[in-house]
Design a protein around this ligand. Structure first.
Ligand SMILES: C[S@@+](CC[C@H](N)C(=O)[O-])C[C@H]1O[C@@H](n2cnc3c(N)ncnc32)[C@H](O)[C@@H]1O
Length: 298
C-alpha cells in the first residue's frame, strides 16, 4: 500500500523485526505531529502505515504464549475488538508493535526514564520477590521492575499475543532472565491467590468499559498478598465535572480513545478503594497521567 504523501513530507523507512528497536524516524515524528494537528488525515495515514509494519504472528490459539500447561485459547473480552488508537482490530492488530514502541516517548509514564524514577521512589526500601505487570504491552514497566529488582521474578501479562512475542524478543535482547511474558486476561488469570508482592499496571484501565476495569482490579486484589502493593500509572481523573466532560467529548471526537468516558465513569481511585484496597494515594498527576498506589490489607 502506498501512502498519500506530498513531495515535501518525510517518507517512511522500512521497519523489520530486526530494526524495529531503532529510534523514532523523521516520518514517525511527523506522523505524531499530524495526529495532533489533523486527526482525520492522521487516522488514514496511521492505518495505511501500520499495515506496512512487521507482524508478530503465531499459532491462532496463542499456544506459544500462554503460561506452560495452561489452557489456550484464553477468553477474550468483547471490548477488545473495538478500534483504539485509530487501529482496526485495536490492540489485537499483530502489526501494531512498532507504533506502541515509538509511542513510549509520547506520554509521561510510558517513558522508561520516568518509569524508573517513579518506581524507584514508590518501591524505595522494599524488596518485592514476585511482581506482576498487567497489560504490559511492549513490556517497558516489566523491564524496569526486572532491572530494579534483579532477585525478583517479574511477570508481564497482556491479552495481545503479538505484544508477548515482541516483549520476549526484547527481553532476550536486553539480556534479562528474571522477566517472563504470558498471554493472559488480567480479569481472570491462572495465577494463585496472594502469590505476588506487588501488582502494577500502566495505561490499561482507560482502554475498556468501566465494568471490565473493575474485573481487573478485583483480579489484582486476589493475586496480591495481604500487605502487598498495587501501583498504577494511568489517565488522570480530573477534579471537576467540567474537565471530566471535556475528556469524554475528546475521547468520542478524536476516536483514538473510545473508552475515555468509561474511564471517567470508573473514577479509578474510588474503584481501587471499592475493590478492598486501602491507603489509596495519588502521588503525582500531570495532564496525561497520574501515579497511584494502594495496599491490600493485612
Ligand atoms: C495503552 S496499552 C499500555 C501498555 C503498557 N502498559 C505501557 O504502559 O506501555 C494497554 C495495554 O493493555 C492491554 N490490555 C487491555 N485489556 C487487557 C486485559 N483484560 N488483560 C490483559 N491486558 C489487557 C492491551 O493489550 C495493551 O497492551
Amino acid at each position: 500500500m502506498v501512502l498519500e504523501l506530498k513531495t515535501n513530507e518525510p517518507q517512511p523507512t522500512t521497519i523489520t523485526r530486526e530494526n524495529i528497536y531503532q529510534d523514532v524516524t523523521p516520518f514517525e515524528r511527523w506522523l505524531f505531529q499530524v495526529a495532533r494537528e489533523d486527526p482525520v488525515r492522521a487516522r488514514r495515514l496511521l492505518v495505511e502505515w501500520v499495515d506496512t509494519l512487521p507482524a508478530y504472528d503465531g499459532p491462532e490459539d496463542g499456544s506459544d504464549v500462554v503460561p506452560p500447561g495452561s489452557p489456550a485459547p484464553i477468553r477474550i473480552p468483547e471490548y477488545w475488538w473495538t478500534p483504539v488508537h485509530f487501529q482496526p482490530g485495536g490492540f489485537a492488530n499483530p502489526k501494531i508493535i512498532r507504533l506502541s514502541y515509538i509511542s513510549r516517548e509520547q506520554y509521561t509514564f510510558t517513558r522508561e526514564d520516568v518509569i524508573r524514577e517513579q518506581l524507584s521512589t514508590l518501591y524505595a526500601g522494599m524488596s518485592p520477590r514476585r511482581i506482576l505487570d498487567a497489560g504490559t504491552g511492549t513490556g517497558t514497566s516489566a523491564f524496569v521492575f526486572a532491572e530494579l529488582f534483579p532477585d525478583a521474578e517479574v511477570i508481564g501479562i497482556d491479552l495481545s499475543a503479538p505484544y508477548i512475542r515482541f516483549a520476549r524478543e526484547w527481553a532476550e535482547r536486553r539480556g534479562l532472565t528474571n522477566v517472563k511474558f504470558y498471554q493472559q486476561n488480567a480479569q481472570e488469570t491462572v495465577f494463585e491467590s496472594d502469590s505476588f508482592d506487588a501488582v502494577h499496571f500502566a495505561y490499561v484501565l482507560h482502554e475498556m468499559y468501566a465494568e471490565d476495569a473493575r474485573k481487573i482490579l478485583r483480579e489484582l486484589f486476589r493475586l496480591v498478598r495481604p500487605g502487598g502493593m498495587l501501583s498504577m500509572f494511568d489517565g488522570v481523573y480530573p477534579d471537576t465535572e467540567e474537565e471530566r466532560e471535556a475528556k469524554r467529548r475528546h475521547g468520542k471526537m478524536v476516536g483514538a480513545e473510545p473508552f475515555l468516558g468509561e474511564y471517567m465513569d470508573l473514577n479509578v481511585e474510588k474503584a481501587i478503594a471499592d475493590t478492598g484496597f486501602v491507603n489509596v494515594t495519588r502521588h503525582l498527576a500531570v495532564p496525561d497521567g497520574m501515579v497511584v498506589t494502594a495496599r491490600k490489607p493485612n
